[in-house]
Design a binder for this molecule. Structure first.
Ligand SMILES: Nc1ncnc2c1ncn2[C@@H]1O[C@H](COP(=O)(O)OP(=O)(O)OP(=O)(O)O)[C@@H](O)[C@H]1O
Ligand SMILES: [Mg+2]
Length: 418
């Protein structure tokens, strides 16, 4: 009787609702799901997060989720004095696999301190082309920082819009000057350089409109000779960019500018191609010299010929085989560009000569060569066309033409260009 009564009662009643307990880690997980399309993250989730961390009243407005990084959630906000800023909240506390939380905290705070240090150093520089975002606030509990919101885009997104390869390389050369500058100030090295940690944006204030390179994300940086900022930290930011010393030897402490050059090599590839380098997840592959040499060779194929040498040299597995300084690396790049420009100028000169020869031909001979002439827009196309037309048919034309010798010169010029 009792049983049937209770059965009846239960039948009319809605099943008891499971009350989902929102925890910090479930919220972080939910927000992290917007990694591909951060702007579509509902504001409510971000409000809940700030609420849970008791920092909601610190900000006037939430503009939206900007990014979900490896160890942080990045939100655009307006602080209480009206500055549009970036709020970077560490997610180290909810990291999944065996992360040492103390180290994560120390790394985060140290990164902010180094960023602040560089910012102050840069203030004394006039007309610089590089910056780091100013740090407005850092908190250790909860772990977050507030910094200047860069009015710009991630390097690759900006570089995609710049069609001139030399201009893209110019941005990279500015980056090199910045790395050199940091190295000259207490041997600061970033140790997580990659296109994703570089932004290209405008300068706020009087030189508004000028484009600058901003280097962000200083969590793995190292300052020589400053005890509190030179903790030995394990872990790496980005596997494909990390040098063998970082990866294989797990020796972050002894990283030098030559390790930085290894990461910069892949960043160079990213700037030239305006794409992100493919990530490598397998530790086994990352620790294999053979695999990495193959990876670099494959990537080199996507570069124009002249850019391959600086790329491959900086990506040598052995540190001693890489350029040993930023100056040497820069020289490598500027030299190949110089050689390239000379080559292009020479080819253009030859092309002009060809056109001159063509002008000297009679209309009869021009008709013989019309195909070649009209297709002689670029040297590449010219080479292709000679191949396509087939040397044999052209030879025949030479033999039958009374202007054979002029045509022979014409062809010699083309074949010199090959
Ligand atoms: N000051 C800033 N201004 C504008 N956007 C920023 C700023 N700082 C960070 N971002 C955005 O957030 C993204 C992630 O930032 P950051 O690299 O500092 O975080 P992270 O968690 O360490 O990332 P990752 O692990 O992917 O390197 C950046 O690529 C950029 O799009
Ligand atoms: Mg980053």
């Amino acid at each position: 009787m009792f049983q049937s009564f209770s059965f009846k009662k239960n039948k009319n009643k809605e099943p008891p609702k499971k009350i989902k307990k929102i925890t910090y880690s479930s919220l972080v997980k939910e927000i992290s799901a917007y990694v591909i399309n951060p702007i579509s993250c509902p504001e409510k989730l971000l409000i809940d997060l700030l609420d849970m961390l008791n920092i909601k009243s610190t900000f006037r407005k939430i503009h939206g989720l900007q990014a979900v990084g490896g160890e942080a959630i990045v939100i655009a906000v307006q602080d209480n004095i009206g500055r549009d800023s970036i709020l970077k909240i560490s997610t180290g506390y909810v990291a999944k696999f065996g992360t040492d939380k103390i180290k994560v905290v120390a790394r985060f705070v140290r990164g902010c301190k180094i960023q602040h240090l560089i910012y102050k150093e840069l203030l004394s520089l006039d007309n610089s082309f590089f910056r780091v975002p100013e740090i407005y606030a850092v908190s250790e509990k909860p772990l977050y920082c507030v910094m200047e919101w860069v009015n710009g885009a991630r390097a690759v997104d900006y570089l995609k819009t710049e069609k001139n390869i030399y201009k893209r390389i110019d941005f990279f050369l500015i980056l090199l000057s910045f790395v050199e500058f940091c190295y000259s100030r207490g041997a600061i090295i970033h140790r997580d350089l990659k296109a994703a940690n570089i932004m290209i944006g405008t300068f706020p204030g009087k030189s508004y409109g000028k484009l600058l390179i901003y280097v962000i994300d200083w969590g793995y940086a190292k300052v020589e000779g400053n005890g509190s900022l030179t903790l030995e930290m394990e872990g790496i930011g980005s596997p494909a960019h990390a040098s063998p010393r970082q990866l294989v030897n797990e020796d972050m402490k002894n990283c030098t500018i030559v390790d930085e050059i290894y990461s910069l090599g892949l960043t160079f590839w990213e700037f030239v191609t305006a794409t992100y380098a493919p990530e490598i997840r397998s530790l086994k592959k990352l620790e294999s010299k053979n695999y990495m040499d193959g990876y670099n060779r494959e990537l080199a194929k996507k570069l124009p010929q002249f850019a391959r040498i600086p790329f491959l040299k900086s990506r040598n597995w052995e540190a001693k085989d890489r350029p040993q300084s930023i100056i040497a690396f820069r020289r490598l790049i500027t030299n190949v560009i110089q050689d390239m420009k000379i080559l292009v100028a020479e080819k253009k000169k030859k092309q002009r000569e060809i056109v001159e020869v063509h002008k000297g031909l009679t209309s009869e001979d021009k008709s013989v060569n019309t195909t070649i002439y009209t297709d002689l827009r670029t040297e590449e196309e010219a080479k292709e066309n000679v191949k396509k037309e087939g040397d044999d048919s052209i030879k025949k034309e030479i033999e039958t033409s009374k202007y054979g010798s002029v045509l022979r010169d014409f062809l010699k010029l083309i074949s010199d260009m090959k």
